[in-house]
Ligand binder design. Sequence first.
Ligand code: IPM
Ligand code: MG
Length: 333
Amino acid sequence: MTHTVTLIPGDGIGREVAAATRRLVAATGVTIEWEEVSAGLQAFNRSGNPMPDDTVASIRRNRVALKGRILTPVGKGYESPNVRLRKELNLFAAVRPIKSQPGVPSRYRDVDLVIIRETTEDVYAGIEHRVVPGVVQSLKITTATACRRVIRFAFEFARAHGRKQLTLVHKANIMKQSDGLFIRCGEEIARDFPDVTFKTIIADNACMQMVRYPEQFDVLVAQNLFGDLLSDLGAGLVGGISAVYGLLRDDSDIHVFEAIHGLAHELEGQGVANPLTFIRPAVELLRHLGEGDAASAIDRSIAATLEAGIKTRDLGGEASTEGFVDALIARLG
Ligand code: IPM
Ligand code: MG
């Protein structure tokens, strides 16, 4: 069976690692027809739009996509194409599993938690204005509708994956209204899920607790900004960019598997970037397509390859992007 999947290589090293990932997936014997579309800097330079309509339409049509990192200008320039995409397709939940992976060097062992992040509002609404010179306002938007749907999504995720606890992250000691609303929605929805223990935690303490005792967490749900911060903190617990991926969901069946790290402009064109940033989401994409055997074969080959000491430079090895993928392919059987 051939699957049609939208592919957005993205910026920086995106094209190199996307090509390497395609070669690896093909080597598993799974046939995917990749509908490659563009987003980011290249698209912007060509059409003036970093998230072109036909890119969004392709995902809407295929219902499934694999997406690389897309550059978001810092402190100036166009609206983040990532945020644009989330708004256009109503991708309101980001699932970010934080799991120790065999062979990936990290400071902790056996970490296994999942961050569910709201992705449509909060300070990401991008509503900012200058009041007078030297005074700027950025608005944090919180609606009961968005709180409820992401919290319900998180509870359903916990239940579907046999997880026992959901921790809601907030800063309601300071943002009594917005984060207070988030907590109230959590308490309300928790009543429908008596099988999942519901807890709340203040965001700064959540950071300390995650670093100190990550095993106390199971599933976490957070609004947009804290979810962004916690997911990078979590990635740091399990060895960083080689271990994590993201999944964006709408309230229907759209699945966008994404690399959340690895722009690495300084490595662009050199063929030395770590392709695991793209391979991890591709593996989960395969599982979603019902190709679990191929996904597990790749997982095993990643562990065996890293354990054999074959690594890209960022992990202290010498392998090139393609050399690393050759080693993965050699260990697929
Ligand atoms: C992420 C990224 C994005 C975000 C950026 C690139 C806009 O950090 O997906 O975590 O902040 O959401
Ligand atoms: Mg982030």
